[in-house]
Design a protein around this ligand. Structure first.
Ligand code: BG6
Ligand code: MG
Length: 215
């Protein structure tokens, strides 16, 4: 069986924004006097902005927060995060990722994005990939965050392909679960690969080109 499309997660797969997310959430956590470290940060991979805030607040012991407070804090985090994104440029897209994407496209595969991030269009613009993907499904068109399969099912729908013909590429365990729940096979990188969450657990982006079903 051969795949017709690939659905790439963005953060941690196409480019690396983890540190920016971490630093921005750290400012907020410090402000709320709540413990926050890289282990907690790992749990935020693939998770929406508001769901991430709820995870951070698990250890919060201060005065009760209203939904309005939470939305204000999430917006504040996003403002800090977007300041960091402004520093990104096409230099933040590695040759390895760009060359592998081009190679996969030359084999006739549709290349799509399936990301929980509402900042997807801005990030793609910053790294020089405006208009590159055949379809984009992101935090702006979903109501349920990974591990819900919605973001990947929408990517398949936007690319007019059957979910069973798509391969998901993910670095988050929650994202790998979302891919499987969408009825897709999953190739993992980074944290998700270390956790053996995928049907293929890769050690580099370039290894994607060696998957027989993508040849
Ligand atoms: C995902 C990241 O891609 O997007 C998560 O892995 C992040 O860490 C989520 O919380 C939402 O991002 P944004 O840009 O909409 O705040
Ligand atoms: Mg990711």
């Amino acid at each position: 069986m051969k795949f017709k499309a690939i659905v790439f997660d963005l953060d941690g797969v196409i480019c690396f924004t983890d540190e920016y997310h971490y630093r921005a959430w750290k400012v907020l956590a410090d402000k709320l006097n709540t413990p926050f470290d890289r282990t907690i940060n790992n749990r935020l991979r693939g998770v929406s902005r508001m769901a991430s805030l709820e995870i951070i607040l698990e250890k919060y012991t201060g005065p009760a927060l209203t939904q309005e407070d939470k939305e204000r804090f999430a917006a504040e985090k996003n403002d800090i995060y977007r300041e960091s994104l402004k520093e990104m440029s096409p230099a933040d897209l590695s040759d390895e990722v760009k060359n592998t994407l081009d190679l996969l496209r030359s084999r006739g595969l549709l290349l799509t994005i399936g990301s929980s991030s509402k900042n997807t269009p801005f990030i793609l613009h910053q790294i020089g990939l405006d208009g590159y993907f055949d379809a984009i499904s992101d935090g702006n068109n979903i109501t349920h965050s990974k591990p819900d399969p919605e973001v990947f099912l929408k990517a398949a729908e936007f690319a007019h392909v059957d979910p069973a013909d798509c391969l998901v590429v993910e670095d988050a365990v929650s994202g790998a679960e979302a891919g499987h729940r969408a009825g897709m096979k999953v190739a993992c990188l980074g944290d998700a690969s270390l956790n053996k969450a995928g049907d293929w657990n890769l050690s580099s982006f370039a290894e994607l080109a060696d998957i027989p079903e993508l040849n």
